[in-house]
Write a protein that binds this ligand. Structure first.
Ligand code: PLP
Length: 339
């Protein structure tokens, strides 16, 4: 048995999800007549109280489209130095949108309104014009941290006052929502655009949604085509997205519970220096200085537990839909066996 905790993207569609895909009514989505894609877009938009949505192949694409439609080069985006849009999207901010990036050091990936305010450039010809703020919730590189709604509201107010657009990289927004005291509607009300991944904890094989106003999503359709993301009978994969939204949100709590148990088990082990707080489905731990952490990753792999390197001496484990109770027991045994 291989227990794959490298990411929550490794899940395989269940029989029920495949059945939904198999039975999907499809058309040509570039002509906007694939009814399953249209239904998925309508479902995503209404869930967050947004006017419209567009279905794309990846979360990188929905983020990059959002950055482009919210800005006009030359200009600047403000985001956390750990954010996916900056760190893990191949330099797309500069390449796709011609923007400079103002990187801030947040609290494990979370920014405050006060911090953002000091980073807004003055109206001076030397500086790129600040145009967009991008937040990430939960924050992957921050170890699955969750924003407070109050802080998001403050940031939104600041952006409105300063005439800045506000984007959310909500690749794992549902992991935040099942833990926090706010709803999809609360989140929808705070952002101009929201990117939501269906292929992470929700368990769909492919796809992300970008949500926004009708005008924004019309622009997004043009940019998606430009980026090569216009798909034809995409309803077959969109059906998995609908299934995921209808069935796999509440159960994310189980992933969080398993992640906490992994975190607790790691706490006492001799090769573990520190376990970062577990907020959602991401567990990050640091290996003691004397032991090379890549050796730990290989030993875990040999015993059937897959993890990934996350930073200096850091290893990440991510729980997901295909990680069963039996696998949890086995994973804890494997982690303990190295001590
Ligand atoms: C996974 C992820 C994305 C999108 O990734 P794709 O692999 O392109 O779908 C965006 N933001 C965050 C925080 C992510 O974890």
């Amino acid at each position: 048995m291989i227990i794959d905790l490298r990411s929550d993207t490794v899940t395989i569609p269940t029989a029920e999800m495949k059945e939904a895909m198999f039975n999907a009514k499809v058309g040509d989505d570039v002509f906007e007549d694939d009814e399953t894609v249209n239904n998925l877009e309508a479902l995503g938009a209404s869930l967050f109280g947004k006017e419209a949505a567009i279905y794309c192949p990846s979360g990188t694409m929905t983020n990059q489209i959002a950055i482009k439609l919210n800005t006009n080069a030359p200009g600047e985006i403000i985001c956390d130095e750990l954010s996916h849009v900056y760190k893990y999207e191949g330099g797309g901010i500069g390449f796709n949108s011609g923007l400079a990036s103002k990187l801030l050091k947040g609290d494990n990936g979370r920014l405050t309104a006060a911090q953002i305010e000091t980073a807004i450039n003055p109206d001076d010809v030397h500086f790129p014009e600040t145009q967009l703020v991008s937040l990430e919730n939960t924050c992957n590189k921050g170890g699955g941290t969750i924003y407070e709604l109050e802080e998001i509201k403050k940031i939104n107010n600041l952006c409105s006052t300063k005439n800045l657009k506000l984007h959310l990289d909500g690749a794992r927004i549902f992991n935040a929502i099942v833990e926090a005291n706010y709803s999809t509607q609360d989140i929808g009300a705070q952002f101009n655009t929201i990117s939501v991944c269906l292929s992470k904890g929700l368990g769909a094989p492919i796809g992300s949604l970008l949500l926004g106003t009708k005008t924004d999503i019309k622009k997004a359709r043009r940019i998606r085509k430009l980026f090569g993301g216009g798909m034809r009978q995409a309803g077959y994969i969109a059906a998995a997205g609908i299934y995921a939204l209808e069935n796999n949100i509440e159960r994310l709590k189980e992933d969080h519970n398993k992640a906490k148990q992994l975190g607790n088990a790691l706490g006492g082990l001799s090769y573990v220096k520190k376990v970062l707080p577990v907020y959602t489905n991401i567990v990050v731990f640091e290996v003691v200085d004397e032991i090379d952490y890549s050796g730990i990753i290989s030993k875990l792999e040999e015993k059937g537990l897959r993890s990934v390197a996350f930073g200096p001496q850091q290893i990440r484990l991510v729980t997901h839909l295909d990680f069963t109770d039996d696998m949890l027991t086995e994973a804890i045994n494997i982690l303990k066996s190295l001590a």
